[in-house]
Design a binder for this molecule. Structure first.
Ligand code: NOJ
Length: 553
C-alpha cells in the first residue's frame, strides 16, 4: 500500500530530543529542574525544530540510579513538580506541535517500591511472584553484571525471607517478573495511564533483560512485546515504543517483530553508533560503511533510531578490545574519562576537543544517517561534562541558558561544566545571536532533515568514494534522491561518486550555496573541505520528481 503519510508514522522522520526534567530548567528556585521550568522552555525547543521530547524518568524515586529506580509508576517525583504541572507541560508541548514520550522502566522497580516491600515480606506474599526469586541461583557469569564498579553478582540474598532475588542492574533494583500475567497487566495499565495523559509512547529501558530475565522462562518472550504494542495501538494508533536493545544486528531483528514490525517500533542503532565513533577516531569511513551495509532493513512500520551520545556512558561494548582502545586513545585517554572498562563518560564536544568544524561535521553526519535522529539535551550548544561528578552523572549536567548559567536562580544542585565548557563560554543566549554557532547549525540540520524525508524513509545505499576519509551515501524515495558526503579528515579531499541513474542530473547543495552537474556517465567528482559536509538534492531539468516532502505534510 502506497498510501502512507508521514503524519501517520510521524516517528519515522521525527527529531527526538532526550532531556531530564531535573537538569533542564529550575522553575521554583530550589536548584533542581522541574516541570514548571521545562514548560517555560518549550518555545525554545519548538524553535530548535525538534518534534518529539523524550523525558527521562520523572517518577517518585529514592534516586539511587538517577530516577531509573522507581517507587510509583503513576506519579511525579515531588522534586520535579506535581501531576498538575505535568499536565500543564503536556498541554503546552502539544500546543507547540511537540509530541512527548517518556522512559518506561519496568524491567525493575526500586527496592523501596511498595510492591517489592510487600513481596519480600514473606515467601507467601501475594506479590512474591511479581519478582524473581531463587534458593540456589546459577553461579554468576561476569558478563551479566552491567555495573561492575558496584556489583559483582545479579543475585542478592534477602535475609528476611531467606531467598535470593534477581537484579539485572544494581542490587537496589529488583527485577519485575513479566512471566507473571498480573505484572504484564499492571505494565499495560501504566502505559494506558500515561497515554491518557497525552504521551505518544515510551522509550523502553533494558528490553532484552525485561523479557529474558524472568521465571519461569517464557516460551515466546517476544509475545509480550507484541501484546504491548497491540494494546497501545488499540488505544492510540500512532503511539510508539522506542527500545533500548543493545544486541548484535542478527539478534535485534526479533525485537522489531522479525518481518512483521509489530513489536518495538524503533530500536536504537547501538552498533552503528559504535562504528561511527571508530570511523571518527580513524578519520576513515570504513567501519561506519560496513555497519550500515550490514544493518538489517527495518520491517514496515519500524525504524532505526540513530544517535552519537546518550545519557549513559558512550558504550563501546560491541567493539573488539583493540578498537575500543583506539577510541579511548583518540577521545578519552585518561582513566577518569573511562568507565566500566567499556565506555567513556564524556560528551561529544569535549571528545572532539572543542573543534567546532569537526563537531558540526559529526552532527551533520548524524542527521543524514538513515533513521530517526535522537539527540541528548545540550548537544545543540556543545554542552560539556563535569568529570568530578560520579560515574555516568558526569554527562548529566545542568543545561546552560546564559552566561550566568540561567538554569536556576540559586546554585544548581548538580555540578556544572567548567573552563572552556563553562556557561560563560557555552550557552544558548550567546549562540542565538551568532549565525555561525552550533545552535544555528542544529537548526539548519533539523530543517533540512525534515525537508528530506528520503533520509528517513528512503532506500539507502552506501557509496564507494575512492577516498577512505569520505563517507557518502544516497537515499532514494519515490523518484527523489538525496546524496550526502562527509569528510571525516581535517584536510581537503576529493571524492568520486558513482550515481547510477543520475547522469545528466544537477546536485543542489542544501547546506551551502552551489550546484554540481552530474556528467552523463553518472560519475561525479566533488571537492570536500576539511571536515566538509555536503547534502545534495538531485534534480533533472526535464523530470519533475514526485516530491517526497509533500508526503511529510
Ligand atoms: C538503562 C538506562 O539507560 C540506565 O541509565 C539505567 O541505569 C539502566 N538502564 C537501569 O535502569
Amino acid at each position: 500500500m502506497r498510501l502512507t503519510y508521514t503524519s501517520d508514522v510521524w516517528w519515522k522522520n521525527a527529531v527526538v530530543y532526550c532531556l531530564d526534567v531535573e537538569t533542564f530548567k529550575d522553575g521554583n528556585d530550589d536548584g533542581v529542574g522541574d516541570f514548571r521550568g521545562l514548560t517555560q522552555q518549550i518555545d525554545y525547543l519548538a524553535g530548535l525544530g525538534v518534534t518529539c521530547l523524550w523525558l527521562m524518568p520523572f517518577f517518585p524515586t529514592p534516586n539511587k540510579d538517577d530516577g531509573y529506580d522507581i517507587t510509583d509508576f503513576y506519579s511525579v517525583d515531588p522534586r520535579l513538580g506535581t501531576l498538575g504541572d505535568f499536565v500543564e507541560f503536556m498541554r503546552t508541548a502539544h500546543d507547540r506541535g511537540l509530541r512527548v514520550i517518556a522512559d518506561l522502566v519496568v524491567n525493575h522497580t526500586s527496592d523501596k517500591h511498595p510492591w517489592f516491600k510487600e513481596a519480600r515480606s514473606s515467601k507467601d506474599s501475594p506479590l512474591r511472584d511479581w519478582y524473581v526469586w531463587s534458593d540456589t541461583p546459577e553461579p554468576d557469569n561476569p558478563d551479566q553484571v552491567v555495573f561492575p564498579d558496584k556489583e559483582d553478582s545479579i543475585w542478592e540474598y534477602d535475609k528476611g525471607s531467606g531467598q535470593y532475588y534477581l537484579h539485572s542492574f544494581y542490587r537496589h533494583q529488583p527485577d519485575l517478573n513479566v512471566a507473571n500475567p498480573a505484572v504484564r497487566d499492571e505494565i499495560a495499565r501504566v502505559l494506558g495511564f500515561w497515554m491518557e495523559l497525552g504521551l505518544s509512547g515510551f522509550r523502553v529501558d533494558a528490553v532484552p533483560f525485561l523479557i529474558e530475565n524472568v521465571d519461569p522462562k517464557l516460551a515466546e518472550p517476544h509475545e509480550f512485546l507484541a501484546d504491548l504494542r497491540a494494546f497501545m495501538t488499540r488505544r492510540m494508533g500512532g503511539s510508539i515504543l522506542l527500545g533500548e536493545v543493545n544486541v548484535a544486528y542478527k539478534d535485534l531483528v526479533a525485537y522489531f517483530g522479525d518481518g512483521l514490525g509489530d513489536q518495538i517500533t524503533m530500536c536504537f542503532d547501538f552498533i552503528g553508533m559504535q562504528k561511527a565513533w571508530l570511523s571518527l577516531a580513524r578519520c576513515d569511513a570504513g567501519a561506519l560503511a560496513e555497519a550500515l551495509r550490514e544493518r538489517p532493513k527495518p520491517p514496515k512500520d519500524s525504524q532505526w533510531a540513530v544517535f552519537l551520545r546518550n545519557h549513559d556512558e558512550l558504550t563501546l561494548d560491541k567493539l573488539t578490545e583493540d578498537e575500543r582502545q583506539e577510541i579511548f586513545q583518540a577521545f578519552g585517554p585518561s582513566e577518569d574519562m573511562q568507565i566500566f572498562g567499556r565506555g567513556l563518560r564524556r560528551r561529544l564536544p569535549t571528545m572532539l576537543g572543542g573543534d567546532l568544524r569537526r563537531i558540526k561535521m559529526a552532527y551533520s553526519l548524524l542527521f543524514s544517517l538513515p533513521g530517526t535522529p535522537v539527540i541528548f539535551y545540550g548537544e545543540e550548544i556543545g554542552l560539556g561534562e563535569n568529570l568530578k561528578a560520579e560515574g555516568r552523572m558526569a554527562v548529566r549536567v545542568p543545561m546552560q541558558w546564559s552566561r550566568d548559567g540561567g538554569f536556576s536562580r540559586v546554585k544548581p544542585a548538580r555540578a556544572v561544566p567548567e573552563g572552556a565548557f563553562g556557561p560563560e563560554r557555552v550557552n544558548v543566549a550567546d549562540q542565538k545571536r551568532d549565525t555561525d554557532s552550533l545552535l544555528r547549525w542544529f537548526q539548519l540540520l533539523i530543517e533540512r532533515y525534515r525537508e528530506c524525508p528520503e533520509l528517513a524513509w528512503g532506500e539507502s545505499t552506501v557509496l564507494d568514494t575512492g577516498e577512505p576519509a569520505v563517507f557518502a551515501h544516497r537515499c532514494d524515495a519515490d523518484g527523489a534522491t538525496v546524496v550526502v558526503a562527509h569528510n571525516l579528515s581535517d584536510t581537503a579531499r576529493e571524492a568520486e561518486l558513482r550515481l547510477d541513474g543520475l547522469g545528466g542530473y544537477r546536485l543542489t547543495d542544501l547546506l551551502v550555496d552551489g550546484t554540481t552537474e552530474v556528467p552523463d556517465g553518472g560519475v561525479v567528482r566533488i571537492t570536500m573541505e576539511p571536515h566538509g559536509c555536503r547534502w545534495l538534492r538531485a534534480s533533472h531539468p526535464d523530470v519533475a520528481p514526485e516530491d517526497a516532502s509533500v508526503k511529510a505534510r
